[in-house]
Design a protein around this ligand. Structure first.
Ligand SMILES: Cc1cc2nc3c(=O)[nH]c(=O)nc-3n(C[C@H](O)[C@H](O)[C@H](O)COP(=O)(O)OP(=O)(O)OC[C@H]3O[C@@H](n4cnc5c(N)ncnc54)[C@H](O)[C@@H]3O)c2cc1C
Length: 487
């Protein structure tokens, strides 16, 4: 047994609710849960509890409320911003046992499921006639509850939209243990969009215990290619050309030379290791439209400087092309013992200058940065490589990652595209939001959680209580340039 909570009456109460075997208190068990996918941030929870259903979640949260103990929700723990990092001496509520699909209603194109269901399991439950479009690269492990909390995206969100565009209803346990229904099967209910506020709230407003999502018919056909260029600038121009031509690609994904080298080394999919950039473009829809548009995309790639365009001849080749793109993060281990995933957004047309700045910063900090992008959305994932065994390298990597965020915001972008703010990015919030914005976020949070017990210390730049005034702020560059204003 470890720590104050583990020995106390709350742990006993949690055992009574969920059963002894689902309440973890030993040091070696707690260590499993000390961080999410962003290993740079870690904390030991006081107790880990794994409820089996929504009723148990509500009872666990109510017990925390009565005891005045903070709690953090956790799905699969694949988050990359430290969002599911536990609070020391708090309770970590892990919903991974809650994996039931509760209802498949194809007549209304809805699926209702528990929060621990993996993203891919939803498409599997309704396939092959239908699918669930938001597709994080982590989709075989990440939970739909985590997707809701992070408003997750993926390769196909350029055409289809993000999690928030597919969640129509939620059952939520509020921080005092009360269960409420937000939305339902309908597309939009009357009143304030409380459902919209919950999606992307990173576990700070309560715990989603049942989720209703929209699924859509699978496209009649899919065509996929990967084109190779000398530079990311050329490939980026082609992305803009495709958009300018009014072609709504299912996905447009880019990798630079360093990420190609790492991923190809892992997958042997036939990506040339000397390519400056690889651009994966996928079209889907009706056969006739796809065929016509696909030829146009091939021409745009060739005119844009592609020296090789490989068209997937069958489903196996398409899967191989995607395997390399999806392996990019994991393959970084071939380049450096450690890496730091950055996630920021830029206006698509600013890709070339931003990449030049990132390259210059990498030289200045004497570190390697590999780049993987959801190019259609302007969502960059610079992977800052380092070796933590070398004195000062981890700190340099973190600083460099912070400089990259600044460059993106200065170009009119955002501090995060899809991985969330969590604990990692909260210090950058004042780069994007002014004091009144932060105060409004805080008031909303306090309306759900006046005692600040749901995932405290995340998202907001400084820990503050309800009613406290937030810290300093800067105007967003788009406002300073007179291109946007606050209403
Ligand atoms: C290799 C790799 C690739 C990735 N690719 C992508 C990508 O393409 N797109 C993308 O968007 N993300 C990506 N991610 C990040 C991550 O997978 C997503 O953020 C995912 O949504 C997290 O889900 P999870 O179940 O792992 O959540 P966790 O990491 O467990 O939690 C994430 C946040 O959600 C909260 N939370 C979890 N469950 C609930 C619940 N039921 N109710 C309320 N709050 C809850 C937690 O408190 C935490 O704040 C990637 C991660 C990895 C490791």
């Amino acid at each position: 047994m470890e720590g104050r909570l583990a020995d106390g009456p709350l742990a006993d109460e949690l055992r009574g609710i969920c059963g002894d075997e689902h309440v973890l208190t030993h040091h070696h068990q707690l260590r499993t849960y000390e961080s999410d996918g962003l290993l740079q941030y870690a904390a030991l929870p006081g107790v880990v509890v794994l409820p089996g259903d929504a009723r148990e979640v509500a009872q666990v949260v109510a017990a925390c409320h009565r005891a005045g103990v903070p709690f953090v929700a956790r799905g699969a723990g694949s988050g990359l911003s430290g969002g599911a990092m536990p609070v020391e001496d708090g309770v970590l509520i892990v919903v991974s046992r809650m994996r039931r699909i509760l209802e498949v209603d194809l007549a209304n194109q809805r699926v209702v499921c528990e929060p621990g269901v993996t993203n891919i399991a939803i498409s599997e439950a309704v396939g092959p006639s239908h699918f669930y479009p938001p597709d994080p690269s982590s989709q075989i492990v990440c939970s739909i509850g985590g997707n809701v909390a992070e408003n997750s995206g993926g390769a196909h969100c350029f055409k289809y939209g993000f999690t928030t565009n597919y969640v129509t209803g939620l059952e939520v346990v509020l921080p005092d243990g009360e269960t409420v229904q937000l939305g339902g099967k309908g597309l939009d209910g009357p009143g304030l969009d409380v459902l919209g506020a919950f999606v992307g709230s990173e576990g700070t407003l309560g715990i989603a215990t049942a989720i209703t999502v929209r699924v859509i018919p699978s496209p009649e056909t899919t065509r996929c290619l990967v084109a190779f260029f000398d530079s990311t600038t050329e490939a980026g121009e082609v992305v803009s050309e495709v958009v300018r031509e009014g072609i709504v690609a299912g996905a447009m994904e880019m990798m630079d030379n360093l990420s190609i080298q790492a991923a190809e080394g892992a997958t042997n999919a036939g990506y040339p290791q000397d390519a400056g950039a690889a651009l994966v473009i996928e079209l889907d829809g009706s056969q006739a439209e796809c065929e016509a548009r696909f030829d146009q995309v091939v021409s745009l790639c060739e005119q844009g400087g592609a020296w090789k365009v490989r068209v997937a001849q069958d489903e196996a080749e398409r899967a191989l092309i995607w395997k390399t793109r999806k392996a990019a993060f994991a393959a970084m281990g071939r380049i450096a013992p450690n890496y730091y995933v950055q996630d920021s957004v830029i206006p698509r047309t600013r890709m070339a200058p931003v990449l030049e700045r990132i390259e210059a910063l990498a030289r200045e900090y004497d570190l390697k940065v590999a780049n993987v992008f959801h190019a259609g959305d302007g969502n960059l994932h610079p992977l800052v490589c380092y070796d933590e065994s070398k004195e000062g390298e981890a700190q340099r990597a973190e600083e460099l990652a912070g400089m990259i965020v600044k460059v993106c915001v200065d170009e009119g972008g955002s501090i995060t595209g899809e991985h969330g703010v969590g604990v990692d990015k909260k210090r950058y919030m004042p780069q994007m939001f002014e004091e009144p914005d932060l105060a409004a976020f805080q008031r909303l949070r306090c309306a759900f959680d006046p005692d600040g017990r749901a995932n405290p210390g995340k998202v907001m730049p400084t820990p503050r209580l309800c009613g406290e005034v937030p810290g300093p702020y800067r105007r967003h560059p788009l406002e300073a340039a007179g291109l946007a204003e606050r209403m």
